[in-house]
Ligand binder design. Structure first.
Ligand code: NAD
Length: 443
């Protein structure tokens, strides 16, 4: 339909060229482009009430966006390029393991937003939930597995990736079994309970020749990426110190998050991890020393096995110091600020699923300018899954590979040690970021 309404433009045009050309054509000049002919032929549909396709640039490659006729002036924020979904037959198939809060509330819906990824299988311990979710998402009974039949995924050609969304203490077992089934692995954060478990997972994936990525969604979130770019470009001079908090309240003493064997720890590996991992991400360097305090309200059954509060400092080679805190028993707070020589950058709701607000402050003569940088939000889960799919389709290393998860566990173990011993702990055995990090995501 599109091409018979008017032929596609043969080469890519910038928005400005497109506007110029359209403007010229509308003014009556018959352009050499097919576009001009269409416009003059039907008077652009303005004086006849007919359905037609206005001029558009339509590249043949499905991965190139269609460029629609612009209509906004430069005075307004421009629209993002039109999405470029791959046809379903070319997308990477995902089996999601564990149908709890994160899987049902975020990951399965996000798969419908993906351009390179699709849901092809489900794994759950509850036959009733499996049946219902499979019906909701159109997954055939033969693509539904229990934890007992999980290893049979090996024979399912529709599954390229296994996405582990189980309690932390089960990640290692299900990652290793998944790798042995020959599937690429996307594993939720924290990667495991300990650095030793991470090493076993890395070696199992490497032995099986499959890719391993940790689902650090913040690396695929526009506001956090923008702040990182501002640090890299030294827009406010060098970074000096970081303040980061990630806290929330919990109430269910029976939940796995309060059982040491399943959670690995308390607030630190679950949500404090975001302060740690995002600080490393935006600074682009690894801490060399940590100092920490840990506290749990005495007598609170929620904190019988795991900790409530951890407050810690990290010292980086450049001289930056990060002050971080996490708590499981306060009103939600998820923010950080990077203080630089000539200004600061701040993100409220930094680690949330949505609602990030990036503000900056700097002096300008007699004025102090505080600016909010408005960026379009994305679905972080869809972006991270599509990045992993892209890595599989093009044989690239993921931006947040298993080594990224191992680094965090080495640092968290040093944080716990420091809190126990009441003194700073040097971090050993950590690799420089650029030695293992994969391709930057296309965003
Ligand atoms: P959840 O308790 O809601 O879901 C866990 C799932 O694991 C459930 O379906 C449960 O049935 C299953 N399960 C299997 N064996 C279990 C056992 N022995 N005990 C308890 N559950 C068992 O948890 P969740 O919040 O969905 O978290 C799952 C994973 O996702 C965790 O690793 C968590 O850290 C991670 N997570 C990540 C994000 C993020 O933003 N990336 C957010 C929340 C959770």
């Amino acid at each position: 339909m599109e091409s018979s309404d008017h032929p596609p433009v043969k080469s890519r045009l910038s928005r400005k060229e497109f506007l110029n050309l359209t403007g010229k054509s509308l003014a009556g000049a018959a352009g050499t482009f097919a576009l001009g002919a269409v416009i003059s032929n039907n008077a652009y549909g303005q004086d006849r009430k007919v359905a037609l396709s206005p001029p558009a640039e339509i590249p043949a490659d499905v991965e190139e966006p269609i460029v629609l006729e612009p209509w906004k002036s430069d005075a307004d924020q421009q629209s993002a390029p039109t999405p470029t979904p791959l046809p379903p037959s070319r997308r990477i198939g995902y089996a999601v393991v564990g149908l709890g809060h994160l899987a049902l509330e975020e990951i399965l819906p996000a798969l419908s937003n993906c351009k390179k990824s699709k849901l092809t299988a489900l794994v759950s311990g509850s036959p009733e939930k499996l049946k219902k979710v499979a019906a909701q998402y159109g997954i055939a009974p033969e693509n539904c597995y229990s934890y007992q039949t999980y290893d049979q995924i090996k024979n399912n050609k529709e599954v390229d990736v296994i996405y582990i969304v189980l309690p932390n203490g089960l990640h290692k077992e299900y990652v290793i079994r998944g790798a042995q089934a020959g599937k690429h692995i996307l594993c939720e954060k924290p990667m495991a309970n300990t650095a030793a478990e991470c090493r076993d997972m890395l070696s199992a994936c490497s032995k099986a020749g499959v890719k391993l990525m940790v689902a650090y969604r913040i690396h695929y979130q526009p506001h956090n990426r923008k702040l990182r770019e501002m640090i890299q470009k030294k827009e406010f001079g060098v970074a000096k110190f970081v303040e980061a908090h990630n806290s929330q309240s919990t109430a269910n003493v029976n939940h796995w998050r309060h059982k040491k064997a399943l959670a690995g720890g308390g607030a630190l590996p679950d949500i404090g991890l975001y302060c740690l991992n995002t600080t490393r991400f935006v600074l682009g360097e690894e801490p060399v020393e940590v100092f920490a305090y840990q506290y749990s309200t005495p007598g609170n059954p929620l904190f019988k096995e795991i900790e409530e509060l951890v407050s810690w400092q990290m010292r980086f080679p450049s001289g930056v110091i990060a002050n971080c805190a996490t708590d499981y028993d306060v009103h939600e707070s998820r923010r950080y600020r990077v203080n630089c020589k000539t200004g600061w950058m701040n993100i409220d709701q930094a680690y949330a699923y949505k609602g990030q607000k990036l503000t900056t402050s700097k002096a300008d003569g007699l004025m102090k300018r505080t600016e909010e940088i408005g960026l379009a939000e994305n679905n972080q889960f869809a972006a991270e899954m599509d990045h992993f799919s892209d890595c599989i389709l093009n044989n690239k290393k993921p931006f947040t590979p298993g080594e990224e998860g191992l680094q965090d566990h080495i640092i968290m173990e040093a944080i716990y040690q420091s809190a126990r011993e009441g003194k700073p702990v040097k971090i050993n055995g950590i690799a420089a970021t650029n030695t293992w990090k994969g391709q930057e995501p296309e965003m």
